[in-house]
Design a protein around this ligand. Structure first.
Ligand code: GDP
Length: 366
């Protein structure tokens, strides 16, 4: 599955947020089988209102959402790249996730110590980013000499890797994360960069943890974070971990009332989960029938046979075609029959790139 790692300095609200996520997941577990929860990993359903609309039209007995994982990565402090705190363990944990959710303390509370002795989320973000950049710099410097030698010896793989490594190194030496490089690379180079598994090459999103009273509008701290994030083309989600912790314990109706009293339309966790999904560059396609409406996750750009493989490897191996109706057409023409009659059902072959919202029946040889 796809994983987002939750990072941040101590006492910013990571555990509070993570516990709310896993409580939500535990509550869902009754409805959705196959939900496994490990101590520091929570698998949560991706909220998607389109499933309700599809299920209503098809008369599906069951709705099965798709899921992503969040991993609580505790222990980062200033000096982690030099082994402070849980240093190396922490960094190893980040290597295993696909994207980074960076929690920043945007609430004032004199009773809760800030490790740096002041509330300044932008400076906190820089502290963590610096540790990640130092760790990347060290790991790249360790590897680049060997690659240079091999490239001189005309080793093909090293020749391809070297320019990507050099460009990454130049950015890090200039005090910049590697993340920005990706957009300037071609597909092959992007694969190489991914293979380097640098911490600052992973996409990042900022979560501003605010006091309950600031949950709806944010505050001066969240504005500063939003400005910083905009410069990095990163997204910001404003959340009150305290509210989320409370909401996670309530029944649906009570939760709705509680949220509306706070001026909120939905749980912040729903926004966070969707933002994480987007950050991972994931899209959803649906299988729809009287038994169930089900959402499936693929990376943007996935072709039909590989998308089918998410359901079952046999579907990919024996792929014949994908009978496809766009979500909007399925809704507008009230289901498969209507969409077919309107000429909106397409038979797509193995080169078809699946689009977000596609309703698909796969035909395959067994
Ligand atoms: P972590 O070290 O980042 O995992 O932080 P925790 O989740 O353990 O939170 C540290 C302390 O801050 C705990 O006592 C939380 O109850 C408290 N806390 C977390 N979020 C908020 C918040 O939004 N407002 C206030 N006032 N306290 C919070």
């Amino acid at each position: 599955g796809f994983k987002c790692g939750i990072v941040g300095l101590p006492n910013v609200g990571k555990s509070t947020l993570f516990n709310a996520l896993t409580k939500t997941a535990a509550a869902q577990a009754a409805n959705y089988p196959f939900c496994t929860i490990e101590p520091n990993t929570g698998e949560v359903a991706v909220p998607d209102a389109r499933m309700d609309a599809l299920a209503a039209i098809a008369g599906s007995k069951e709705i099965i959402p798709t899921r992503i994982s969040f991993v609580d990565i505790a222990g980062l402090v200033r000096g982690a790249s030099k082994g402070e705190g849980l240093g190396n363990q922490f960094l190893a944990n980040i290597r295993e996730v696909d994207a980074v959710v960076h929690v920043l303390r945007c609430f004032e509370d004199d009773d809760i110590t800030h490790v740096e002795g002041r509330i300044n989320p932008v400076a906190d973000a820089e502290t963590i980013e610096t540790e990640l950049m130092l760790a990347d710099l060290e790991s790249l410097e360790r590897r680049v000499d060997q690659t240079r030698k091999r490239a001189t010896g005309k080793d093909k793989e090293s020749l391809a890797m070297l320019p990507v490594m050099e460009a990454s190194l130049a950015l890090l030496q200039d005090g910049k994360p590697v993340r920005g490089l990706n957009a300037t690379l071609d597909v092959e180079e992007q694969k190489i960069l991914k293979g380097l598994n640098l911490l600052t090459s992973k996409p990042v999103l900022y979560v501003c943890n605010v006091a309950e009273s600031d949950a709806a509008e944010g505050n001066a701290h969240t504005k500063a974070v939003a400005e910083m994030a905009a410069q990095q083309s990163a997204e910001t989600v404003i959340i009150s971990a305290a509210i989320e912790a409370e909401v996670a314990q309530l029944e649906a109706e009570e939760a709705e009332m509680f949220l509306s009293e706070m001026g909120l339309e939905e749980p912040g966790l729903d926004r966070l989960i969707r933002a994480g999904y987007k950050l991972l560059d994931l899209i959803t396609y649906f299988t729809v029938g009287p038994k169930e409406t089900r959402a499936w996750t693929i990376r943007r750009g996935t072709k039909a046979p590989q998308a089918a493989g998410v359901i079952h490897t046999d579907f990919e191996r024996g792929f014949i075609r994908a009978h496809t109706i766009a979500y909007d057409d399925f809704i507008a023409f009230k289901g498969e029959t209507g969409a077919k009659e309107a000429g909106k059902a397409r038979d797509e072959g193995k080169e078809y790139v699946v689009a977000d919202g596609d309703v698909i029946h796969f035909r395959f040889n067994t």
